[in-house]
Design a protein around this ligand. Sequence first.
Ligand code: SPV
Ligand code: MG
Length: 554
Amino acid sequence: VSEDKSLRARMAQPGPIVTIGAHNGLSAKLGAEAGFEAIWASGFEISASHGIPDANILTMAENLDAAKMMVDVVDVPVIADCDNGYGNAINVIRCVEAYERAGIAAICIEDNIFPKRCSFYAGVKRELASVEEHAGKVRAAKGAQKTDAFAVIARTEALIAGWGMEEALRRGRAYADAGADFVLVHSKSKTPDEVLGFAERWDRDVPLVCVPTIYRDTTVETLHAAGFKVIIFANHGIRSSIKAMQETFATLRKQGFTGSVEDRVVPLERVYELIGVDTMKSNERTFMPAEAPSVTAVVLAAGASTSLGPLVEDRAKTMLDIKGKSILARQVETLNTCGVKNIAVVRGYKKESVDLPNLRYYDNDQYATTNEVVSLLTARKETQGPFLMLYGDIVFEPGMLQKLLKSPADITILVDRSWNEGTRPADARGVPDLVKLEDAATEAQGAHRFVGADRPRRVVKVSNRLENGEGHGEFVGMALFSEQGSAAFGKIVAQLEAEHEGPFHDAPSLKDASFTDLLQELIDRGVEVQALDVYKGWLEVDTFEDYQRAWALL
Ligand code: SPV
Ligand code: MG
């Protein structure tokens, strides 16, 4: 027992040690918070909290577990009610060893025979151990403790059993003489006369303990003045909680809505405070890897498709149905699965058809005369922090997105290294956005089969005008911007808007620019853009043939 949790240390100080009964960690915490000097791990409360009588039905181990819960969460001494020591002197020895090891300040053992009955139950068999036997248990307990800080309270039930004052005093003295640190005299008289009378005749140096449950109008001051050092309010915690729960439950049952009991219950925050959620949070911050800031997805879905004909007569391309689900619905599902919950969609062509729930919408009403960069800037608000740019007409495997989201780089794009394997017939594909990488093995060297390594590579060029053989892969239409990446993006875009005139990379002007033109601008201005390899697993629905392939693939 540490010094501050020791009852013996506290005993040397003046004034009463007012103790509150508890049955678990939470009730012990409330007791300590209310300012009680010690916690009484009450057999009455612990049994009641298990829903069973206080009659040595619970084992020592169960009582010890409850007491340990208390020791673990309070800084005041915990006094454990150990009934009759769970058996004879031999049981008492093990009891002391176990409780002292657990950090309990003191145990209390009473002279009931095993199995005991709660002192207050009327009409139950009540037998006391002989004074010699109980004094022997007290000696056993004192002999078993390892440290001076530990204390043993010997309790006599002589008054409870109706054996009279003389017997109570005889027993109290015998236990004090056997080495008890305190003597508890228990009474169920409605007046304090018995315990006050006992105290008056007490002729040992050993301090006294009482439990004023039935003589309920006697104050701590009176009892302390009479000679009681420790005063135990043994069971008022659990009794008040029974009353509170009963009333709350009855109201809830009747009213059928939780607001009906809001004024009877503590706010959730009070529970969090009691159990130390703040400490847990700060420990999370200190000891656990920081979570990546949450990413917002911006889906570019404004453009009108020229080559899908009647399929997109009444809807935006992103709303094309593939096996019962639109492209956008599939994207949202995958984004959510990967933990991306903030999703913004830029609409344009047939914007009213894009109406999935829980998304934020931005409209590029100039979609017919502008391109991706303008669309992206329509949702500028969403690009202030980490964001993920996504074309609205791609379907892809979740693994690709997972891989991209893990990238530590400031700007990362996914590049399909299988693009030139002929999986997309030349006549069916649009003009692909090709990506040229630094240090990448070229197709000519036959090394592209070894791609897919997780090592990111720097993008040198991205364009739909790269010659065959010059590009190493195809831009998949997904790009991730970190906090820094989005800051660089924002700064450069602002400059471009203010100053740029004339052609812009592959586009005749900034307003006609695609996302890849913007990427090239970032690269040309020295911003590093990294590529992560993927190998198939996605497709862009641009033509009728793409659409057919999507049906076949999914
Ligand atoms: C207890 O709290 O379990 C006690 C005190 O032993 S009393 O219930 O009053 O006996
Ligand atoms: Mg008890």
